[in-house]
Design a protein around this ligand. Structure first.
Ligand code: GLN
Length: 538
């Protein structure tokens, strides 16, 4: 049976529970164990799919087509294990399941209540599909004390009892602030947070203290004493310069050793930190820089393009160059300013997006990249915009547009009518917005002698999708005659997956999101190639 590790947070949010969980997963894996990571989100949305990236950051898509919390991206990038639908759940989904069951009369006339019905459903989710794992690390979103997270905390308390406490470990992550004015480190918020956790029946086994500076022994002793935790289990995590240092820093603090000790388990092999050491060294040593512009609607919130930022950084590591991301708000980008704003840019990237706002600026920037031969990567919406730009300015179809934001005009981009998955045909719709896009991993066949074929080094690829609209295949011939090749198609040839320009050093548009599959220890070839081209453009 798997051992379960529950990670809760206290004092403030955004302390890095996701990164801590992901780092722990790497260390346990490196010691020879099989690990799975899960996230329990307390909000009422059924999934983050319909939430604005401004509110919630990026929506991370799994191979099996789930729209999930961005922490699952951290998990994948650090553990290398692809997340599944069954690894992220929200309060909304739990209630949805319970209420559906209630409508079917499955509760046999009983009063349906938070305890036991909601908590039972949470416990089912935690345990589901875990029999082959050595460890399941479950992160609880939000912080202890939030009304919304209460049923989750109650469920993990019960769960630990159900499987016997020795098979479950509670880790609590808190903030240990440093007060500049009095030059003091304060443990009181941690004490209060643990008190809060204990009031709902959970005694943490390990406390991870996030701090700006190293925590002296006397303060650790205080936390150990007041929070009733062995001093060896008071682990500090001091701010790191790059997130790739996190596994190294938790290893130094013996987090993994303490976890194994708790479960009375032994390490199967020594931890290998070399890959992380290698990449942090590259990051710290690299002096050369390359400027990449990301032109999108959500650039103000850094987390809105989390996987993309990471994938570009991975491309930089692979090319031993620092990638400076210049974020340009497409909403505010005036056509007249494009030249001046893109002057020192070596590569232009248009990420995924929705709706009409900001399209003019994006289209003009693509034209600028096409004509001035600046490396360009268009992702999903970015590829669709590249198609519209080419149709309008090169094919002279002035009214070319997408039915996503203009019901009139010439639809070079249109609603997907149907597409195939595992032999089945699915109908596209824009009526119900939640979970109805073309989601998850689909195959694409690459054209021989194309740039994309060279980049991937194979003919058939699998990439993750998240879109409702599609390039109209009927225009293929017209585009290709004029220099834009459809170099990747769905296996049945009906859906354009990749476009590229013939007379351009590096101009690629992809209908999928390659950023979701890039990992620091295995950078995605598309990003490595894009950064290489941008580096050469300088
Ligand atoms: N809005 C576009 C569509 O639904 C693109 C989506 C995206 O970029 N992820 O097809």
């Amino acid at each position: 049976m798997a051992r379960f590790i529950f990670v809760t947070g206290g004092v403030v949010s955004s302390l890095g529970k996701g990164l801590s969980s992901a780092s722990l997963a790497y260390l346990l894996q490196s010691r020879g164990y099989k690990v799975r990571l899960r996230k329990l989100d307390p909000y009422l949305n059924v999934d983050p799919g319909t939430m604005s990236p401004f509110q919630h950051g990026e929506v991370f898509v799994t191979d099996d087509g789930a729209e999930t919390d961005l922490d699952l991206g951290h998990y994948e990038r650090f553990s290398g294990v692809s997340a599944k639908k069954s690894d992220n759940i929200t309060t909304g989904k739990i209630y949805n399941d319970v209420l559906k069951k209630e409508r079917k009369g499955k509760y046999l006339g009983k009063t349906v209540q938070v305890i036991p019905h909601i908590t039972d459903r949470i416990k089912e989710f935690i345990k589901n599909d875990s029999s082959k794992e050595d460890f399941v690390i479950c992160e609880i979103g939000g912080i202890v004390g939030d009304i919304e997270s209460l049923p989750f905390v109650e469920a993990i308390r019960q769960f630990a009892n159900d499987i016997e406490k020795k098979n479950a470990l509670f880790i609590h992550l808190t903030l240990v602030p440093y007060l500049k004015a009095s030059d003091e480190i304060k443990t009181k918020p941690t004490q209060h947070s643990v008190k809060e956790l204990r009031s709902i029946g959970i005694q943490p086994d390990i406390i991870i203290c996030r701090s700006e500076r190293s925590i002296p022994l006397e303060h650790r002793k205080k936390i150990s004493l007041f929070c009733n935790v062995d001093i060896k289990n008071v682990i500090e995590t001091v701010d790191v310069k790059t997130i790739y240092e996190a596994p190294i820093s938790f290893f130094k603090e013996k987090l993994d050793v303490q976890v194994l000790n708790y479960f009375k388990m032994k390490s199967k092999k020594p931890v290998n930190l070399n890959p992380w050491k290698k990449i942090t060294k590259i990051i710290f040593k690299t002096k050369k820089e390359v400027n990449i512009a990301i032109i999108g609607k959500y650039v103000e919130l850094k987390d809105a393009y989390k996987s993309l930022d990471e994938a570009l950084a991975h491309g930089g590591i692979e090319n031993k160059i620092k990638v400076n991301l210049i974020r340009i708000d497409s909403d505010k980008l005036r056509v007249s300013e494009i030249k001046s704003k893109l002057r020192n840019i070596s590569g232009i990237l248009i990420p995924g997006g929705f709706g009409k706002r900001g399209t003019d600026g994006k289209i003009e920037a693509i034209r600028y990249a096409r004509i001035n031969k600046i490396p360009f990567l268009g992702i999903c919406y970015g590829m669709q915009m590249a198609i519209i730009e080419f149709a309008r300015n090169k094919l002279n179809i002035k009214k070319a547009t997408s039915s996503e934001f203009d019901k009139n005009g010439v639809h070079v981009i249109g609603l997907i009518n149907e597409w195939k998955k595992d032999g089945k045909t699915i109908k596209g719709t824009d009526k119900d917005l939640g979970g109805t896009m073309r989601l998850g991993s689909y195959d694409a066949k690459l054209k021989d002698n194309s740039l994309i074929r060279k980049i991937y080094g194979k003919n058939l690829i699998k990439e993750r999708h998240r879109h409702r609209y599609e390039v109209n295949i009927n225009y293929k011939e017209k585009f290709e005659k004029n220099g834009m090749s459809f170099s990747g198609l769905s296996p049945d040839g009906s859906l354009p997956e990749i476009i590229e320009l013939k007379n351009h050093p590096w101009f690629v548009g992809v209908q999928f999101h390659p950023e979701f599959k890039s990992r620091p220890l295995a950078p995605h070839p598309l990003f490595s190639s894009f950064i290489r081209a941008s580096k050469n453009h300088k």
